[in-house]
Write a protein that binds this ligand. Structure first.
Ligand SMILES: Cc1cc2nc3c(=O)[nH]c(=O)nc-3n(C[C@H](O)[C@H](O)[C@H](O)COP(=O)(O)OP(=O)(O)OC[C@H]3O[C@@H](n4cnc5c(N)ncnc54)[C@H](O)[C@@H]3O)c2cc1C
Length: 463
């Protein structure tokens, strides 16, 4: 796994102008690295950007728990030195992901132990506000809010040469640019934009998990819990899960989630009853003595989509697709922001090698970044009988192995560390199969018969 994040830009274009459509986490990270090459960078969002940590219309996920993987925190700190300290000063909490977070996988508690996996609990709006103020302060950056990117525009030769803008109180106008980055998130119109420019759309891979999040904030007081966060993963037999993250404003942000027809209700009593039906009781116990501050709020996240731009034969020069517009993950694995951070590091490397063939080089690198988290999240989703998708013998075998690994991680912190390092994108998935980890996972354990994970009929395959 390539761990480099810093590289000096070889080619700078002081007169060049880059436009980023979308001022979410993806757009802001792209803008940050673009300032190393382009003299001017304009970030455009159709929302008003409040600049402090409150959710906004274009980011409905801002109301819901966001975990930043340790690989993501590392890259953010590299791009914005001092960011972590500032977030903590603003109320975010730092943690050792293995030692301070209470983790349940398959209903089994991962044994805590000191580790090098650093995490930071910060709300999605809190992180965005901090990144926005830092990006806005960079030389050459302009932030245009309440302006919509209607579509990219092209010039002679078919290259993208800017964007068409609209917005309340503004005449439609064309803004010229040498590079346009589409970071407009889940609702992006990238497919339609390509069609209009005369290109084939990117092939898509989709997994429909019919996931529903319902989230609520609670007051946080000293002594509430002996953990900074709790993560209760859904299991194949109990497809309900939840997390509680301690964050800014002395609050717990609690997200409960379910799939298909078994989803958290939005009425407060039903919400608590749903928490009582999670695979383990700890999160429900925490909620029992917390004071709610907001009403439960629902978001449907039906489908994960990966767009394979790297497979297109033709793609316009001067245009890139980034972040969720490139790949939107099942959020329960907490990968989207970290993948956007990895893409920013990759874009920096690609820009350092010049502008020729930039889109092809970037999409190829981004595809390699996305491969691992996409396989993890799709593989995880396919454990649930309600999720449609091809279950190859390899998928089934891997899922059986992972279930067994969770059993081992209950007692063995080395196995737990291997799992968390891979899940946090700090180690390649092969680490889970390395001889040292494999031997520990397959080692017979006392009481095995009572702790063997429950497999669904779907998952039970002949040995
Ligand atoms: C419920 C939920 C929970 C999640 N939990 C996690 C988690 O735990 N960990 C994690 O890492 N990730 C999580 N994610 C994913 C994470 O939110 C995104 O991956 C991350 O924010 C990067 O998204 P983005 O910047 O590409 O897109 P977005 O955050 O969606 O931003 C897109 C921006 O583009 C703007 N926009 C859209 N269209 C236009 C237009 N035409 N013109 C101008 N502006 C436009 C929007 O207003 C918005 O500001 C979660 C997602 C969801 C839905």
């Amino acid at each position: 796994m390539d761990k480099r994040v810093t590289r000096t830009t070889a080619e700078t274009r002081p007169d060049g102008h880059a436009v980023v459509a979308g001022a979410g986490i993806g757009g802001l990270l792209a803008a940050r690295v673009l300032t190393e090459t382009f003299g001017r960078v304009t970030v455009i969002d159709r929302d008003g950007l409040p600049g402090h940590g409150v959710p906004r219309r274009g980011i409905p996920q801002g109301h819901h728990a966001h975990g930043l993987l340790s690989r993501g925190s590392e890259i953010l700190e590299d791009l914005f030195p001092g960011l972590t300290a500032d977030l903590v000063a603003a109320g975010a909490t730092l943690c050792d992901i293995q030692n301070d977070v209470r983790w349940y996988n398959d209903g089994r508690r991962l044994r805590p132990a000191p580790s090098r996996l650093r995490g930071i609990n910060v709300s999605r709006p809190g992180l965005e506000a901090s990144l926005l103020s830092r990006v806005a302060a960079l030389p050459g950056v302009t932030i245009l809010e309440r302006r919509e990117v209607v579509e990219p525009i092209t010039g002679a030769g078919g290259a993208v040469t800017g964007v068409r803008l609209a917005g309340p109180g503004h005449e439609p106008e064309d803004l010229p640019a040498d590079l346009v980055v589409n970071a407009t998130g889940r609702g992006n119109r990238g497919t339609e934009w390509l069609r209009r420019l005369g290109y084939e759309p990117a092939p898509e891979e989709r997994v429909d998990s019919r996931l529903v999040y319902v989230s609520r904030e609670y007051r946080r007081r000293p002594g509430d819990a002996d953990f900074v966060s709790i993560i209760v993963g859904h299991t194949a037999s109990v497809p309900r899960g939840g997390v509680a993250l301690s964050g800014e404003g002395d609050r717990w942000l609690v997200t409960l989630f379910g799939m298909g027809d078994d989803v958290p209700p939005v009425d407060p009593d039903g919400y608590h009853r749903f928490a009582a039906r999670l695979p383990v009781p700890d999160l429900h116990h925490l909620l029992e003595h917390l004071e709610p501050l907001t009403a439960p709020r629902l978001m449907r996240i039906p489908v994960s989509i990966r767009r394979r731009y790297e497979r297109l034969d033709r793609f316009p020069e001067g245009y890139l697709v980034f972040g969720d517009a490139l790949c939107q993950f099942n959020p329960s694995y907490g990968q989207g922001m970290t993948v956007a951070a990895c893409e920013a590091a990759a874009l920096r490397e690609c820009l350092a090698d010049g502008s020729a063939g930039l889109a092809r080089r970037f999409f190829e690198r981004a595809a390699r970044i996305i491969d691992v988290p996409w396989d993890m999240s799709v593989g995880g989703d396919l454990r649930f009988p309600s999720v449609e998708g091809p279950r190859t013998p390899r998928t089934r075998l891997l899922n059986r192995y992972i279930s067994r690994l969770h059993v081992a991680a209950e007692a063995d912190p080395v196995v737990g560390n291997a799992f968390l390092s891979v899940a946090n994108l700090q180690a390649p998935p092969q680490r889970l199969m390395s001889p040292g980890v494999l031997a520990r996972v397959l080692r017979p354990r006392a009481g095995r018969a009572t702790v063997e994970p429950r497999l669904t009929a779907e998952e039970r395959i002949p040995a």
